[in-house]
Design a protein around this ligand. Structure first.
Ligand SMILES: [Zn+2]
Length: 372
């Protein structure tokens, strides 16, 4: 009777204990060799889905419960962090399943936990804690975050907007701007609340929304902006594979007009004809071209930063000598660079920036979306 009562008394972990467990495990599955990141999107909500697996089970018939006394635990102390391992769903099932649990005696799991936590602490000694922002409004939602290489930060939590953007009307774009602002607020609050040092951004959305999102990012923390490598199905950032020899050509046609068109051709070519279909008055223009534009031309961080700073410098040089009422940005390039371009916009120097959405099937191909 008393035993039954005691058995039922499972205390909840304190916030501090939960946090400790998450950080000790690096936010990754502790099962030998798995290391899966434990933030997932389930039914449209991002959650920390690590399962707190008991090494010695709490309920009477649960896995390894019979070892409780041998390992000096009581019903109360079974909830201590030293008896818990964070695991992905699959591995938490394997160690508890009646058919497989015998393969995982307490000694093996305590060793596994220790090994994983030691690896995390050597790995995380110089790792900063981060919050992720997933902005994926094209294609279907992502359910987890797969990196090309070992995760560069300890991911504490995430915010997301993965609702497909399909209202290309004026109202639709306005709504897109509003939801960007709301998402950004949520992101900053999470960063403050958790004391994170880095924001990790995973963008795959219509370009005007990404440039706008970039313009919202203030330098509260440093940001790491990823690009999606579609072939590999992974997010990439730093790599020794960056091109570094990217040759960005700049050409201008300046006749002291009141408006400026900026043409950026990285993943495809922005044709002057398409620009003239939508910017009807006379305008000056500046264009940026690389050799062999294509989807995979610019996916690594060094290349993105290089191109972003060249574009920013050239435009600001121009703005020192010219007064423009409007700047029209026509952009064919990767999502990460779109965010970086937005970040580079200095409202004290730049005038109103009109952003366009490209659709091969509409006529004209570029349609005005929104202004910053
Ligand atoms: Zn796992």
């Amino acid at each position: 009777m008393t035993n039954d009562k005691e058995e039922r008394k499972r205390r909840d972990l304190t916030v501090a204990e939960n946090y400790h467990l998450w950080v000790a495990c690096g936010g990754m599955c502790s099962f030998d060799g798995c290391r899966k990141r434990l933030i997932e999107s389930t039914s449209g909500e991002l959650t920390n889905v690590g399962i707190k697996a008991h090494i010695i089970g709490h309920a009477k018939n649960s896995a390894r419960h019979e070892y409780m006394e041998e390992y000096d635990f009581t019903y109360e102390t079974l909830e201590d962090v030293r008896n818990l391992m964070l695991m992905c769903y699959d591995h938490s099932k394997i160690i508890d399943d009646k058919k497989t649990r015998d393969l995982f005696p307490p000694g093996l799991l305590f060793t596994m936990k220790e090994k994983h936590e030691n690896w995390v602490s050597s790995w995380s000694a110089d790792k900063k804690e981060s919050i992720a922002l997933i902005h994926k409004r094209t294609g279907g939602p992502l359910f987890d975050i797969e990196y090309e290489s070992p995760a560069p930060y300890i991911l504490l939590d995430a915010v997301e907007n993965q609702t497909v953007f399909d209202d290309f009307t004026k109202e639709g774009w306005e709504e897109g701007k509003k939801s960007n602002e709301i998402l950004y607020q949520k992101f900053i609050e999470k960063i403050r609340e958790k004391g994170a040092k880095v924001g990790e951004i995973f963008p795959l959305s219509p370009i005007p929304l990404l440039v706008h999102l970039g313009s919202l990012l203030t330098d509260t923390v440093s940001y790491s902006i990823y690009q999606f490598d579609r072939e590999a199905g992974q997010w990439v950032s730093d790599s020794t594979k960056s091109n570094k020899d990217i040759d960005l050509r700049v050409s201008k046609e300046i006749n002291h007009k009141k408006e400026l068109a900026v043409l950026v051709s990285i993943s495809g070519i922005v044709k002057m004809d398409s620009v003239m279909e939508v910017v009807t008055g006379e305008f000056d223009s500046i264009r940026f071209d690389i050799d062999n534009p294509g989807l995979k031309r610019l996916i690594y961080r060094d290349d993105v930063i290089f191109v972003q700073s060249r574009i920013k410098d050239e435009i600001e040089k121009l703005l020192q000598h010219q007064e423009y009422n409007k700047i029209h940005l026509f952009y064919a390039g990767p999502a990460g660079l779109a965010i970086e371009l937005g970040r580079g916009i200095n409202p004290n120097i730049w005038s109103e920036i009109c952003l366009y959405h490209y659709n091969n099937r509409t006529n004209p191909k570029y349609q005005y979306a929104l202004s910053i």
